[in-house]
Design a protein around this ligand. Sequence first.
Ligand SMILES: Nc1ncnc2c1ncn2[C@@H]1O[C@H](COP(=O)(O)OP(=O)(O)O)[C@@H](O)[C@H]1O
Ligand SMILES: Nc1ccn([C@@H]2O[C@H](COP(=O)(O)OP(=O)(O)O)[C@@H](O)[C@H]2O)c(=O)n1
Length: 236
Amino acid sequence: MSDTVESVIVAIDGPSGTGKSSTSKAVAAALGLSYLDTGAQYRAITWWMISNGVDTQDAAAIATAAGKPVIVSGTDPAEPTITVDGEDTSAAIRTQAVTSKVSAVSAVPEVRALITELQRSIAAAAEKGIVVEGRDIGTTVLPDADLKIFLTASPEARAARRSGEIKGADVAATREALIKRDAADSSRKTSPLAKADDAVEVDTTALTLQQVIECVVSLVEEKRSATDNAEKRAAR
Ligand SMILES: Nc1ncnc2c1ncn2[C@@H]1O[C@H](COP(=O)(O)OP(=O)(O)O)[C@@H](O)[C@H]1O
Ligand SMILES: Nc1ccn([C@@H]2O[C@H](COP(=O)(O)OP(=O)(O)O)[C@@H](O)[C@H]2O)c(=O)n1
């Protein structure tokens, strides 16, 4: 690799519980890149709608209100933050109330347009590069990303991982909730959850988190050295 490392943009997509957040944070930290959790932004706007009495089933009301909250994401992978109108919402956006309504709010085209614009401006400002994780990063938000990864895992593995995070959670109920949310996210009209044609698919069912991190770090490094070699050839 050359001494001057080029900025790199990595898009990591996939359904819930495949390891997007844990992998993206660790890869960004290992490579000195910024990190953006786009799911947290959709959760933040959903939290604001609920807190302000907007009916989350009323797409027109959501569209009208979508521009009101000011959502700010901190992109340090060691300490990612999210605020809404200056208020720290990192815990509030993880509640069941938000999780059960986020698919409806994130399906509203006006919400997606605003959040997509915000995501692109954050990626453009990341000088050393960024790992951005979500559902439509490789297909819609950053179609020119240097590397696109699509993580998958069996519903059983995903439910076991997710319920392991919540004390006393029921695995079967968690599995049903995940499948329902995947179906809503995959079937919406505007930028559904989907694998980009040029994304590398990694099935994490039988891999440890460490193995997934190592796999993605290697893919970024391969990409960087391929780019370096192409540049050297062009300069000859
Ligand atoms: N390969 C893996 N094997 C076992 N557990 C994992 C693996 N990847 C992630 N986890 C765990 O599963 C849970 C969900 O991971 P997370 O990164 O939040 O997934 P996502 O962002 O795709 O919803 C976390 O508790 C995480 O530590
Ligand atoms: N790029 C993205 C990211 C998340 N989302 C929405 O936001 C929700 C929450 O995303 P998340 O990444 O926090 O979900 P988990 O996988 O952490 O449970 C998803 O279920 C989608 O409805 C989206 O529409 N587009």
